[in-house]
Each structure stands twice: as structure tokens, then as C-alpha cells.
Design a protein around this ligand. Structure first.
Ligand SMILES: Cc1cc2nc3c(=O)[nH]c(=O)nc-3n(C[C@H](O)[C@H](O)[C@H](O)COP(=O)(O)OP(=O)(O)OC[C@H]3O[C@@H](n4cnc5c(N)ncnc54)[C@H](O)[C@@H]3O)c2cc1C
Length: 398
């Protein structure tokens, strides 16, 4: 029997395993991942940004864990020689109507204690010579990394400290028997004193397997990317973001230098017809049925159908996508863009039709469930791990 079993081998699961190992040295840890390898889903298919934490509502978990997480992720990479670059980013206003939002973002950055600087267009051009804008802000602490490399290192660390990390092991059922959590998987049954659910796109289902109603449904939103052809990478030096829509801070295509030198352009956010649906044609009728029969989905759709249509247009029309990018860098042309790998965001939605903005962690009996960990959860992962570990009691083996 294990002391702790963690479901999900993404960055949140592995960071939690490390934090639990630190809190309870000597505890037997088990990490269960259904795929052949780790970081196959959100963690391995994202923009690779170590966010600063500027966007998030003061007082939210996101704000504090992202700010601290930025520092701890950079330190983790530095100490383990993982390639990363704290290159900073610019957020730019391209229309007069965006200037008040840019100013409030600048104020928020200052309140968060970040190194933010208001820039005039000339100063923006010194950093990003091909950007055209009315004003911008520079956020110095934003960085880039390949989160797959972070996870590969975390797997090594958990194993080297005596933990058991299994791939190709899907959790199918959890039941409590004589004070023990019995976990039935595709590779047999395991017992643990306590279960920690970090199953990303399936976190609501895993919670329900454990008899916990998380009060939300995960709705998958695919984020699609293009990348600049190598000859045009010089158009972007670091990271260029538009001023976010306050209602949907995760919308708005941006330009991101990846740690391997590629420049990614994206991402949009369209409803995915499958939780792990990375292509437009991917459909899972069970997943779709669950989304469409959830009352919260229709409430959301009624409220925001215009934004939804705009995102769909950007998905099906390269020209619409290009136009969004040209608002930031007018020189980008159609021939400069080639499609790149997409990602799917696990977004918790309430039955009232509200997108859950903050991280959501739900406690069960002998279990804890991370039920909403969208961006910037990769950045914040080490801190989410501490936060969760602090809520996990000491377990003695039966
Ligand atoms: C397009 C996109 C761009 C993003 N960009 C950024 C960014 O630049 N910076 C940032 O900080 N964040 C970013 N994010 C967010 C970030 O990637 C996620 O918040 C983070 O990776 C979540 O990690 P996770 O471990 O919770 O989920 P995941 O990485 O999805 O891991 C969950 C794991 O659980 C496994 N699993 C599920 N069900 C079971 C089961 N029943 N049994 C066993 N295993 C199971 C899955 O196979 C998966 O490996 C982005 C997200 C997307 C989608």
C-alpha cells in the first residue's frame, strides 16, 4: 500500500508529488499516468511561457501562485540546467479604446510588485522593432521554457527519491474500503491512504469516480497555433501580447518566441468536440454529449455567442487569424505562417454558465481534487504543488 497516489502525470501532478515528498520524506508515493509518456496533454502542448502573474485579480490564487511560481520555476530550471530564458514581454495597445485597459494593467503590475514599465511606441520599437502600437508595457519577469523538459526532470527526481511513477496506467475506479483508497486501473489495483487528482482535462470525471461532486464540468477549448517560417522569425524578438479582453483574458492571439527559437502565433480558443481533440475533425460523442447536456454550457453560449463565432472564424479562416496578428506586427504575411501543433485547455464551467477564473481545488474524504488548473498553471505548478501538499494530512499505512 502507498501513502499517497497522484492521478495524472502532467506538471501539476508531478509538482505535487515533489512537494509531498518534501513534506513527508519517507512516504511512499505513486503517480499514475494513462498515456505512454508524461506531459502529453496540456503541459506538453502550450505556449511555453513562464508568466509573470500580471493579469490576475489581486487576492486570487492565480495571482499569488503565479507570481511565486514564476520565481520558483525559474529557480527550478536554473538549478537543474533546464534551458530557459527570462526574456520579458511587451503588451501593446493598438487602438485608442485599449489605452485605459493598458493603464489599468500597468497599475495592476505595480500593485503586484512586478517590474513593469510603461512604454511609448518608440520604446516598444527598441525592444520589438516590427511592432506598431500606440503604447505598451514591458514586463521584465516573463520567461520561456519547454515544460516537457521540466516534467522529464520532475519524473527523474520523484523516482530518484523512491517514488513510483507509472505510465500507461489509467485510473478507472476509486473506492474506499476499510479506510483505504482502492484504485482500479488499466494495469491492476493499487491501494493508497490518500488520493490526489491532477487529471487535467479529466479532473471532474476522476473527482466523480471518487464520489466527489466538484460542482463544475470541464469544457475543452482547443487553442490553435501557427508558426512563423524560419526566414521570418526575426520579426519577433521576445513575446508580443495584445491588451486582453477583461471578460476573456485568455483570448487574443499573441506572438511567442519558444525556447528552441521558433515563433508561435496563437492561440485562439474554440470549443473542442473531444476532450483531447487536437484536430478540427476530432469528435468524441460521449465528450460532446456531456458538454451539450450541461446546462452551464448553454448559458455560456447564449451570453458569449459573438465571441465564440469570432474565435470559430479565426479557426477556419487563416486570413482572419492573420489579421489579428497584423494588428501587432503589420509585416507578417500569409506566406509567413504555417500551422503548428494545437493544445486543449481544460476549463471548468459552473452550471450557472460561469467560466471558473481561479484555480479550483476541492477536498474530498481521503482525497483532494485539482479541478481547474488552466493557464498559468504550468508557471504556477510548483506553488500549486505546495498549496495542495499543505492540505494533505499525514497518512499512516494500514
Ligand atoms: C494552448 C495552451 C497554452 C497554454 N500556455 C501556457 C503558458 O504559456 N504558460 C503556462 O503557465 N500555462 C499555459 N497553459 C496552461 C498549462 O499548460 C496548464 O495549466 C497545465 O499544463 C496544467 O497541467 P496539469 O498537470 O493540470 O494538466 P495536464 O498536463 O493535462 O496533465 C493531466 C494528466 O492527467 C492524465 N490523466 C487524465 N485522466 C487520467 C486517468 N483517469 N488516469 C491516469 N491519468 C490520467 C492525462 O493523461 C494528463 O497527462 C496553456 C494551456 C493551453 C491549452
Amino acid at each position: 500500500m502507498f501513502h499517497y497516489a497522484i492521478v495524472g502525470g502532467g506538471i501539476v501532478g508531478l509538482a505535487t508529488a515533489l512537494a509531498l515528498g518534501n513534506k513527508y520524506p519517507g512516504a511512499d508515493l505513486l503517480v499514475l499516468e494513462k498515456e505512454q509518456d508524461f506531459a502529453r496533454h496540456q503541459t506538453g502542448r502550450n505556449s511555453g511561457v513562464i508568466h509573470s502573474g500580471i493579469y490576475y485579480r489581486p487576492g486570487s490564487l492565480k495571482a499569488s501562485l503565479a507570481r511565486e511560481g514564476n520565481r520558483s520555476m525559474v529557480e527550478f530550471c536554473r538549478e537543474r540546467s533546464i534551458a530557459h530564458d527570462v526574456c520579458g514581454k511587451v503588451i501593446v495597445a493598438v487602438a485608442a479604446s485599449e489605452l485605459p485597459f493598458l493603464d489599468s494593467l500597468h497599475r495592476r503590475g505595480v500593485e503586484h510588485g512586478l517590474a513593469v514599465k510603461r512604454l511609448d511606441p518608440e520604446q516598444v520599437r527598441e525592444i520589438e522593432p516590427h511592432v506598431r502600437c500606440l503604447a505598451g508595457i514591458h514586463v521584465a519577469s516573463t520567461g520561456i521554457v519547454n515544460y516537457r523538459e521540466v516534467v522529464a526532470k520532475q519524473v527523474d527526481l520523484v523516482r530518484s527519491r523512491g517514488g513510483t511513477v507509472l505510465s500507461e496506467t489509467r485510473v478507472e475506479r476509486v473506492r474506499r474500503m476499510n479506510g483505504t483508497q482502492v484504485i482500479e486501473t488499466s494495469r491492476g489495483t493499487f491501494e493508497a491512504g490518500f488520493v490526489i487528482n491532477c487529471a487535467g482535462l479529466h479532473s471532474d470525471r476522476v473527482a466523480r469516480l471518487d464520489g466527489v461532486d466538484p460542482g463544475v464540468r470541464i469544457v475543452p477549448f482547443r487553442g490553435e497555433y501557427y508558426e512563423l517560417v524560419p526566414e521570418r522569425r526575426h520579426l519577433v524578438k521576445t513575446l508580443v501580447y495584445p491588451v486582453p479582453n477583461p471578460a476573456f483574458p485568455f483570448l487574443g492571439v499573441h506572438l511567442t518566441r519558444m525556447i528552441d527559437g521558433a515563433i508561435h502565433a496563437g492561440h485562439n480558443a474554440v470549443l473542442a468536440l473531444k476532450r483531447e481533440g487536437y484536430n478540427k475533425t476530432d469528435v468524441d460523442w460521449g465528450d460532446l454529449f456531456e458538454t451539450l447536456t450541461f446546462p452551464g454550457f448553454w448559458k455560456l453560449a447564449r451570453k458569449y455567442y459573438r465571441d465564440g463565432i469570432r474565435e470559430m472564424a479565426r479557426s477556419f479562416s487563416k486570413r482572419a487569424f492573420l489579421r489579428s496578428l497584423q494588428r501587432l506586427v503589420p509585416e507578417i504575411a500569409d506566406a509567413d505562417l504555417v500551422p503548428a501543433e494545437s493544445g486543449v485547455r481544460a476549463q471548468a464551467l459552473t452550471s450557472a454558465g460561469e467560466l471558473v477564473d481561479d484555480f479550483l481545488i476541492v477536498e474530498g474524504k481521503d482525497s483532494i481534487h485539482v479541478c481547474n488548473a488552466p493557464s498559468p498553471a504550468a508557471t504556477a505548478s510548483l506553488e500549486i504543488g505546495h498549496f495542495v501538499a499543505n492540505r494533505v494530512p499525514s497518512v499512516t499505512r494500514g
